[in-house]
Design a protein around this ligand. Structure first.
Ligand SMILES: [Zn+2]
Length: 336
């Protein structure tokens, strides 16, 4: 075998950092049923198979409808802890060494779940994972862009007791019709608090939303960003500034951003010299975690080890982690 071939076992051992992961999107059907039973929540599905059968999406909105329904089983700190720790263990088994974890407080607050309940569960799971496997994590408090900016501001203010536990703010949910500029004041406030900033842009929304996220929100990276390739000026800007793009290949196929992986924008993005990273987005819903995404790209694009080392290094360089850990991981990747 060619020693430069990135086969599954080599990819599994490649140290990987995940920058685009929604913790609510890690809810596997089995745990959904377990938590529904624990909390006496009635699910509109007969069994696990019926849930999996429902995971056929037409677009982002059809996914979000199911996503918010599944979230309803999460009620106590123990539920959030179990959800997060289960994912951290699966990710560790995939060779993931660090995760920037996005979470959506507004999806829980509107159901009567307090921020304290949510944070207690997530922080305990993060501590447990660190102790168990050395997995490092950071939190990205994400706003639902289809809700008013005032709601996002209220969540940001309510999170004050945890500012020292939150690395960044993010922006997710239905992109079309909700341009980044809507949240300019919220992001300015986050910046004044010393929080880093990321935003979903250019997944279903136009390339102009990517520029707008950079200009109006002063983000340090763009989540998705794949539609940049439709605008040469946006590509040039992303390349020149080396803005990290957190691309989610299997998510893009599941939500029909592209019809199949072989037609994905990724090869063109690499050829353009963009700072690309690979991520799973909502792995319970989109066909797998980090290793599944890396494997699918190896199959679809035939990338060699050097390319995957570069992608893994990009992720570690852009992750919210201490500098000592960052340089150690970059050395680990170079030696792998
Ligand atoms: Zn996402």
């Amino acid at each position: 075998m060619n020693t430069d071939t990135a086969d599954e076992s080599w990819l599994a051992r490649l140290p990987k950092a995940e920058l685009h992961l929604h913790i609510e999107g890690t809810l596997e059907p089995e745990l959904m049923f377990e938590l529904a039973q624990r909390n006496g929540v009635k699910l509109p599905f007969a069994d696990v198979e019926a849930v999996r059968a429902a995971y056929q999406f037409d677009d982002l909105q059809s996914f979000l409808d199911l996503y918010y329904q599944g979230m309803n089983v999460l009620r106590t700190s123990a539920d959030f802890h179990d959800l997060a720790l289960a994912y951290f263990r699966r990710a560790h088994a995939d060779g993931v060494v660090h995760i920037d974890v996005m979470f959506d407080p507004q999806g829980h607050l509107k159901r009567g779940i307090t921020l304290q309940t949510l944070m207690d569960g997530l922080l305990q799971a993060m501590a447990d994972a660190q102790a168990e496997s050395g997995l490092s994590t950071a939190l990205i408090l994400s706003f639902l862009r289809d809700l008013p900016a005032e709601d996002a501001m209220a969540v940001l203010e309510a999170a004050a007791p945890w500012y020292n536990r939150i690395a960044a703010v993010g922006l997710d949910s239905a992109e079309r019709g909700h341009p980044p500029g809507k949240f300019a004041a919220v992001y300015a406030r986050a910046k004044s608090l010393g929080l880093a900033r990321t935003a979903h842009a250019g997944e279903e929304g136009p390339p102009a939303y990517i520029s707008e996220a950079l200009d109006a929100l002063d983000v340090c990276r763009i989540d998705h960003g794949v539609r940049c390739i439709e605008d040469t000026a946006v590509v040039a800007r992303l390349r020149d500034a080396q803005i990290p793009l957190t691309v989610c290949p299997l998510s893009n196929v599941a939500l029909r951003v592209v019809d199949k992986l072989a037609n994905h924008q990724l090869p063109a993005m690499l050829a353009a010299g963009l700072n690309v990273t690979l991520n799973s987005d909502d792995p319970a819903y989109f066909g797998g975690g980090m290793l599944a995404n890396f494997n699918a790209c190896a199959t679809a694009f035939g990338w060699n080890r050097e390319t995957f080392r570069m992608l893994a290094t990009n992720s570690v360089q852009a992750a919210f982690m201490p500098e000592g850990r960052r340089s150690a991981l970059i050395s680990d990747i170079a030696r792998h």
